[in-house]
Design a protein. Structure first.
Length: 393
């Protein structure tokens, strides 16, 4: 029996008809894509993560929560999301802030759970994630952690015409519970068959969304389940960060669910390959971006250490150090005009003339502690713009 047949599970439900879980993936065609993700992750894992782990984790948390929440219609900006995550949950009254904090709670619960020895995907975990995500969110039917069971006069549909059409998932609670149990059983079969977590995790995500077991929060739960399986397999940061990739490619993300379902209905070979390929490309892109960010954060730390040493050794003066510290805190270029208008800059040269200002800046440029581009923007020395204005003699 081949791998495809061995990894197929047909379930006869009571009211929803047959439901088929299948690998449905051209593994040989995706070998290179899987290898590229694994290579990227190996390089990323070998980088000096420990020095910047806390900062990276905070950034990933914000971007990921913003991404997964916005996919589902969340209205907070990335900056507003970051601010909401610092609020006391007991004092939050706005629904949008509650949504963000709930996702944070779900992420933290998932990370703690998968870190336990011997953790395996199970129904309790899925229901706990849903309960965290939908905690104190108003909905006419949803109960946190409780599977959907549609009454006869209320039909659930998923999707829209813009992304491949509407789909009617199972409606009867008994069928939903059975299919969720079988989803877990089928995932265990895939794992036993040696299927890579880079294939298994998005497949669970795909079939979870097709079952659509809860009234609300299914997209957010599905992405947490995918991330949890990847994190349990040793992938760091990227499993949750990929939510932002899905947001950035939201039309493809939604359309692929419909495309894979329709391909399976038509008995096309390997119907799930496009979604897996999309996920693998997302992982590769996200891991490489995280690697670049780690390098940037390390460069910032080295720069901060270097300018402090130069101050201590009198290689730069206090005024120059203040300018560099302001640029470091900003982390991005600033126009010379904006610097000249800044109160902090004016106070540095309150009793100094223009020659002193010019001399201080020239010396910083000569030492490559700052760069000036052709748009008259000043860059911190750990970020070199493509075109640097030379220091006039």
């Amino acid at each position: 029996m081949n791998v495809q047949s061995n990894c197929e599970l047909r379930v006869e439900t009571q009211r929803s008809g047959p439901f088929i879980f299948q690998l449905g993936t051209d593994l040989s065609a995706l070998t290179l894509a899987v290898q590229r993700v694994e290579d990227a992750h190996e390089r990323f894992a070998a980088s000096p993560l420990s020095q910047v782990a806390n900062q990276l984790e905070r950034e990933v948390m914000v971007r990921s929560i913003f991404g997964t929440n916005t996919i589902e219609g969340g209205a907070l900006s990335e900056e507003e999301t970051e601010a909401a995550l610092h609020l006391d949950p007991a004092q939050v009254q706005e629904i949008e802030q509650r949504r963000a904090l709930n996702i944070k709670a779900a992420y933290e619960h998932a990370q703690q759970a998968v870190g336990a020895k011997g953790w395996r995907l199970n129904l309790n975990f899925i229901c706990e994630i849903h309960a965290a995500i939908t905690h104190q969110l108003p909905h006419p039917h949803d109960q946190p952690g409780v599977f959907r069971n549609n009454p006869k006069n209320l039909t659930t549909f998923v999707g829209n015409e813009a992304h491949g059409g509407r789909y009617k998932p199972p409606q009867y609670g008994g069928d939903i519970k059975l299919l969720m149990e079988k989803l877990i059983e089928w995932h265990d079969t895939l794992e036993a068959a040696g299927i890579s977590p880079l294939i298994r995790a998005p497949l669970v995500h795909l079939y979870y969304e097709l079952i659509h077991p809860f009234w609300d929060g299914n997209g957010r739960v599905g992405r947490v389940l995918e991330a949890s399986l990847l994190q349990a397999a040793g992938y760091r940061y990227a499993p949750f960060a990929i939510a932002r990739y899905y947001l950035d490619n939201i039309d493809s993300y939604f359309t692929l669910f419909s495309a894979c379902r329709k391909a399976a209905d038509k008995h096309k070979p390997e119907p799930n390959t496009p979604f897996i390929a999309f996920h693998l490309e997302g992982m590769r892109v996200v891991i490489n971006k995280l690697h670049d960010r780690v390098n940037s954060l390390i460069a910032m730390l080295l720069y901060e250490s270097n300018i402090r040493r130069l101050l201590d050794e009198k290689g730069i003066n206090v005024r120059q150090y203040s300018i560099l510290s302001q640029l470091l805190a900003r982390g991005s270029p600033i126009s010379l005009e904006e610097i000249r208008q800044a109160p902090w800059y004016g106070s540095l040269y309150l009793k100094r003339n223009d020659k002193t200002r010019q001399r201080d800046l020239r010396r910083l440029r000569e030492m490559d502690l700052v760069f000036l581009d052709y748009e008259e923007r000043l860059w911190p020395g750990y970020i070199r713009p493509q075109q640097v204005k030379s220091v006039s003699k």
